[in-house]
Ligand binder design. Structure first.
Ligand code: HEC
Ligand code: HEC
Ligand code: HEC
Ligand code: HEC
Length: 150
């Protein structure tokens, strides 16, 4: 065997040795338990706090709004899409207030005219042109925007 190959072999052995030591040190214990991921990740996610509770939970106290919303175009929206996660609110509504999305930009998240959005799915207006003097909810009722405020 030529001399330089011997030296190269030594270098390779050291480099790979270090690689395997580092790999062993850094690999999480539960990795590979079920597949190519940390087994513990499943338990960690199971233990995460629930944040969204769904419209049925809101119906318990706000049934008037739930049924009113059904009459309008926002029928398929979850309450929490606009008001944020409701888990803490349903435990104690007085202490845990929800967001009131009253800015024009809040409606614009879904309705702002955008060439990348299909007009067939969601009606779009240009926020810079459509009744710019007022907030959307000065005119439209948010829970049924087919109807207008007086
Ligand atoms: C499209 C966004 C949107 C959705 C979806 C939505 N809300 Fe609202 N909600 C608003 C806005 C905006 C206001 C403030 C309305 C105002 O002041 O005119 C509001 C106000 C409220 C209020 C305060 C009291 C009132 O009537 O003004 C409650 C309670 C409420 N919403 C509950 C709900 C519930 C329950 C649902 C689901 C059935 C829901 N909201 C769905 C946007 C929304
Ligand atoms: C256990 C009864 C109860 C449930 C369930 C409940 N709410 Fe409420 N909610 C209230 C009460 C009471 C208020 C008025 C609180 C106040 O004025 O201090 C309120 C107020 C609100 C408001 C006005 C802003 C605020 O926080 O005061 C919004 C928005 C709202 N609720 C949305 C929801 C949504 C969305 C759900 C479902 C995820 C929901 N609520 C579930 C009782 C409830
Ligand atoms: C999470 C997305 C979302 C948000 C936020 C939202 N909307 Fe909507 N809106 C929809 C969907 C979905 C429809 C039903 C499809 C359609 O007609 O565009 C709709 C329909 C409408 C319509 C009827 C359009 C028509 O074709 O006649 C009006 C008006 C409207 N929304 C106003 C508002 C206003 C005002 C706000 C803010 C308070 C708001 N929307 C916030 C999703 C949203
Ligand atoms: C001054 C009152 C007023 C304000 C403020 C207002 N609108 Fe309207 N909006 C109307 C009226 C009236 C119509 C129906 C006639 C029309 O299409 O212009 C309408 C129609 C719409 C439509 C349906 C358009 C279509 O082509 O069918 C959408 C979506 C809408 N508004 C969303 C919004 C959003 C989002 C905001 C806030 C950024 C807003 N509006 C602010 C009065 C208002």
């Amino acid at each position: 065997m030529p001399q330089q190959i011997k030296k190269l072999l030594i270098v390779f052995t050291i480099v790979f040795g270090i690689f395997f030591i580092i790999k062993y040190a850094l690999k999480p214990k539960s990795f590979g338990e079920f597949g190519h991921y940390r087994g513990l990740a499943i338990i960690e996610n199971e233990n995460k706090q629930v944040k969204y509770v769904g419209i049925e939970a809101c119906n318990e106290c706000h049934d008037d709004i739930v049924s009113y919303k059904k009459e309008g175009p926002h029928v398929n929206l979850q309450c929490e899409v606009c008001h944020g996660p409701g888990y803490l609110h349903i435990q104690d509504p007085e202490t845990n207030k929800l967001i009131i999305p009253s800015k024009r930009e809040n409606c614009g998240i879904c309705h702002q005219k955008n060439a990348a959005r299909s007009e067939n799915n969601i009606t779009q207006v240009d926020l810079k042109e459509h009744n710019v003097e007022n907030k959307c909810i000065d005119c439209h009722k948010s829970h049924n925007p087919y109807e207008f405020k007086d």
